[in-house]
Design a protein around this ligand. Structure first.
Ligand SMILES: NC(=O)C1=CN([C@@H]2O[C@H](COP(=O)(O)OP(=O)(O)OC[C@H]3O[C@@H](n4cnc5c(N)ncnc54)[C@H](O)[C@@H]3O)[C@@H](O)[C@H]2O)[C@@H](O)CC1
Ligand SMILES: Nc1ncnc2c1ncn2[C@@H]1O[C@H](COP(=O)(O)OP(=O)(O)O)[C@@H](O)[C@H]1O
Ligand SMILES: [K+]
Length: 522
């Protein structure tokens, strides 16, 4: 599992560690890791070596600038030609600047340095950043963007809010982000995540910390039981610390959660999912949701609704009926809503599914109807896109636009989960799945090619099947998003447009890659 910690937690952990270590130790650890990554990038790219390479440090007024200046000093000692732009000269990190000058680096105010640099180190602002980037930084950020330099963000790209991933103004587009101690939520959630490039965690020893964090949660080395430092798989899981607010499933986590039949299994024991979707007007949603559910690890799929004929024609494996959920026979979970329309019959289907006493996934039209209730059963899974999230928020008295929801996905997903008292999967460029409490999951797979009509119906059929197979709403939602995203990537090969049916067709291969070692997450 990849984990990210909020700023308040990071500061508490760092504070504890700083108190025990000689002054400046943490910053030197950070700068050493940063310089090593920069040296590697210079050797791998243009110019192919550190010696005589051109490095520009953008140094803000805090410790983030200090990290960048000390790393610049290390590169200068290895023969790089290092220049530093001081964005707030009166408040620059004095020790970092002195080290850079002593190593042969120089201060510059020539913007052309940004355009001709081989590597730019973004030390403008780190976890202390708030609000849009200040004006003094903007010409440097623009110039670095125009040039051919590899841009390395220190801790996180400046301009990205560390806790939410919101980008309230201009921000640095990094090729690589070197982040210290643990991921920050803003590196895993869009829009921030799309500014971070490849994220490389550097261990600064936060795993040595034990005790109480700022929020009262224990700071420990986590469930692995590993003593002391717990760096595992340096490129994916920086530290196994408790108190994280965001996590992202990795392939091995998905493998452990996927349902698998055993010798005792029969089709009923594997779970049966009910799908109440589609209408005379929108039969396609039913066909797509049922098709995906058939690949979701259950023993059978029941369909209840007006598109029964179309469903059975497309999927002879499905058990179909034209009545509502109440008349459909036993299932272990319901999916209600895709293509249902919003008439009286649809309303009845939603009521019956909600009253069935099994976990319910509510999507699309079902969400608009649910918004009128303003509450959901605790084992429900709601799967809105931003527009449906706006309607659900209105149902609990919160006014927001879909642009606001997209800008602060974590916050609004959590607000919905708390307001409705259940699990929410917020779709979009970074899918977020969260309950009212505990860490939120962000999906690491996916591609913008998934934004195609019917794609959401595939996701809800798949997630409903996983619910019926016995996964919790949080696991069902996050595993479904992972498989759906991976299937979308496989179907599109990265840049070929896909139709929703092609996502379903790729689900078996996505499942295969997820349940075997060999890696699937990009
Ligand atoms: N606390 C620690 O022990 C460690 C901190 N480290 C580094 O220190 C950073 C945090 O340092 P600080 O707490 O000094 O904070 P930052 O350096 O992230 O930012 C604070 C400074 O930036 C200015 N600022 C805030 N928002 C801004 C904006 N939107 N545009 C421009 N300037 C803005 C503030 O006026 C303040 O002077 C981390 O991100 C990391 O890089 C590392 O050295 C590791 C150890
Ligand atoms: N920019 C994007 N990047 C990645 N995935 C996206 C993006 N936009 C949408 N998606 C995904 O595509 C799917 C679209 O679902 P939805 O909006 O319900 O479409 P529909 O109702 O047409 O089926 C969701 O899984 C969503 O997370
Ligand atoms: K930065």
């Amino acid at each position: 599992m990849r984990r990210a910690h909020a700023v308040e937690w990071v500061r508490a952990a760092e504070g504890e560690l700083i108190a025990r270590l000689p002054e400046g130790t943490l910053m030197q650890r950070a700068a050493a890791g940063l310089a090593a990554t920069c040296a590697e990038l210079l050797r791998e790219g243009v110019p192919g070596r550190v010696y005589a390479s051109r490095v520009l440090v953008l140094a803000g007024s805090g410790d983030n600038g200090g990290d960048a200046l000390y790393a610049g000093a290390r590169l200068a000692r290895r023969g790089a030609r290092v220049r530093a732009a001081l964005l707030a000269p009166a408040r620059v990190h004095a020790g970092g600047l002195a080290a850079l000058l002593a190593a042969g680096g120089r201060v510059t105010d020539d913007l052309a340095e940004a355009e001709r640099a081989d590597l730019v180190l973004d030390g403008i602002v780190g976890i202390g950043g708030r609000g849009p980037l200040r004006d003094t930084a903007l010409p440097w950020v623009d110039a670095a963007g125009r040039g051919a330099a590899t841009v390395v963000a220190v801790d996180l790209p400046s301009g990205v809010d560390p806790d939410s991933g919101a980008v309230p103004g201009a921000a640095v587009h990094a090729d690589v982000t070197v982040t210290f101690g643990t991921h920050k939520p803003g590196l895993l959630v869009d829009p921030g995540a799309s500014y971070a490039g490849v994220v490389r965690p550097v261990d600064i020893g936060l795993g040595e910390v034990r005790g109480a964090g700022a929020d009262g949660e224990a700071l420990s080395t986590g469930a692995s039981g590993a003593a002391g430092r717990s760096l595992r798989g340096a490129d994916t899981t920086p530290l196994l610390l408790d108190g994280h607010v965001v996590e992202a499933l990795q392939q091995e986590d998905v493998a452990a959660l996927l349902p698998a039949p055993d010798a005792e299994s029969d089709k009923y024991r594997r779970g049966v999912v009910g799908i109440a979707a589609g209408s005379a007007r929108y039969p396609g949603a039913a066909v797509l949701a049922v098709g995906a559910a058939l690949h979701g690890g259950v023993g059978a799929v029941r369909y209840a609704g007006a598109a029964a004929r179309e469903v059975v024609r497309a999927h002879p494996e499905a058990l179909v009926g034209e009545g509502g959920p109440k008349d459909a026979g036993r299932v272990q979970a319901w999916v209600v809503g895709p293509g249902l329309s919003q008439d009286a019959e649809a309303e009845r289907a939603v009521e019956e599914a909600l009253d069935a006493g099994v976990p319910v996934l509510v999507d699309a039209d079902g969400l608009r109807l649910l918004a009128r209730r303003g509450a959901a059963p605790a084992d429900a899974l709601l799967t809105p896109h931003a527009g449906e999230a706006v309607a659900l928020l209105a149902g609990i008295g919160v006014t927001a636009t879909s642009a606001q929801v997209e800008a602060e996905r974590l916050r609004f997903a959590r607000e919905l989960a708390r307001g409705y008292g259940c699990t929410v999967l917020l779709k979009g460029s970074t899918t977020v799945v969260t309950g009212p409490h505990g860490p939120a999951r962000v999906n690491p797979t996916g591609t913008a090619q998934l934004a195609t009509a019917g794609s959401g119906d595939v996701l809800s059929g798949l997630a409903g099947a996983l619910l019926a197979a016995g996964l919790t709403p949080l696991d069902a939602g996050s595993v479904a998003a992972y498989l759906h995203g991976l299937a979308g990537r496989l179907a599109s090969g990265g840049d070929v447009p896909v139709a929703a049916g092609a996502i379903t067709a790729a689900l078996p291969e996505a499942w295969r890659r997820s349940c075997h070692s060999g890696g699937a997450t990009g």
